[in-house]
Design a protein around this ligand. Structure first.
Ligand SMILES: [Zn+2]
Length: 279
């Protein structure tokens, strides 16, 4: 399975010379199986860059099929939706799959609101030329997508819940645990550990450095060490620190990786916008 980070930032997109190496776009990750099946996790601003690549392939001809998993509908995870150009080509078939937000409004109504005229000239999902389906699932659900097998779980994110994913393809496992805060970073919840069990790669929220975390408890995000605890307890093979704070410069992220690596035998790196990784 190949994986590419198109957006690794949390909260809002950044630009500037201090953010060039890790990148400034918000959450979006592409996974491609050995057979060429494709899956996207989240539609942050990073998805708009992927869209340009997709348009050079069958998506530009209206023959693309793409499932998209949404962890939740906070803006940094859906801001790329109105600008994801494969939506504008008739014939493409795109499935957006996520849990209904815990606020009680359905996933479909939430995304429909995002395209309402006061936010977007698109004026509603029905105006997207592609075939777009919005599919809600109940967290905890397990399902199959072409080339991928998915297990989901709800995890706490401040006052709400987000969805975490265990994504399996080609005998490999990638676990996505972003926008999560456990009651204590040293005691990850059992559902998070179950998703990460023996994973080849755990992508974990590391919005805060361990040093900042005490000031930001309860904001719904994790310090870097929470990912270490998950990776160690779950016997994961590798840890990617993810959802970098917009305040975190390249140098600051380098320091977090250094400090975090010194705490564990699990190989640690910080997710960066860039080339495809082999998982
Ligand atoms: Zn976020």
């Amino acid at each position: 399975m190949k994986l590419r980070f198109w957006g690794v930032r949390g909260s809002f997109a950044m630009s500037g010379r201090d953010y060039l190496r890790y990148g400034g776009n918000t959450t979006s990750i592409e996974l491609v199986s050995a057979a060429g099946d494709r899956l996207l996790v989240d539609l942050g601003t990073g998805a708009t860059e992927l869209a340009k690549h997709l348009m050079a392939s069958e998506f530009g001809k209206g023959a693309g099929k793409l499932p998209i998993l949404l962890s939740h509908t906070h803006l940094d995870h859906i801001q790329g939706l109105p600008f994801f150009t494969p939506f504008f080509i008739k014939g493409n078939e795109i499935r957006i799959m996520g849990a209904d937000p815990t606020s009680g409004i359905s996933l479909e109504a939430t995304l429909q609101n995002q395209l309402a005229p006061h936010y977007s000239p698109l004026n509603g999902l029905e105006n997207l030329a592609a075939g777009v389906s919005i599919e809600s699932f109940v967290p905890g659900a397990t399902f199959q997508l072409p080339g991928f097998s998915i297990t989901t779980a709800a995890v706490p994110h401040g006052s709400m819940m987000t969805t975490a994913f265990r994504i399996m393809a080609d005998g490999k496992v990638v676990t996505f645990l972003s926008d999560v805060e456990y009651p204590s970073p040293d005691e990850p919840l059992p559902q998070a550990l179950a998703l990460a069990r023996d994973a080849d790669l755990v992508i974990h929220d590391a919005m805060h450095s361990d040093l900042d975390y005490d000031l930001r408890k309860g904001w719904g995000h994790s310090p870097a060490r929470a990912g270490v605890v998950v990776a160690e307890k779950a016997r994961a093979k590798k840890l990617a620190l993810f959802h970098h704070s917009p305040d975190a410069t390249d140098e600051m992220i380098d320091e977090v990786v250094q400090r975090t690596s010194a705490q564990t035998a699990v190989p640690v790196f910080a997710a960066a916008e860039g080339a495809y990784l082999d998982v």
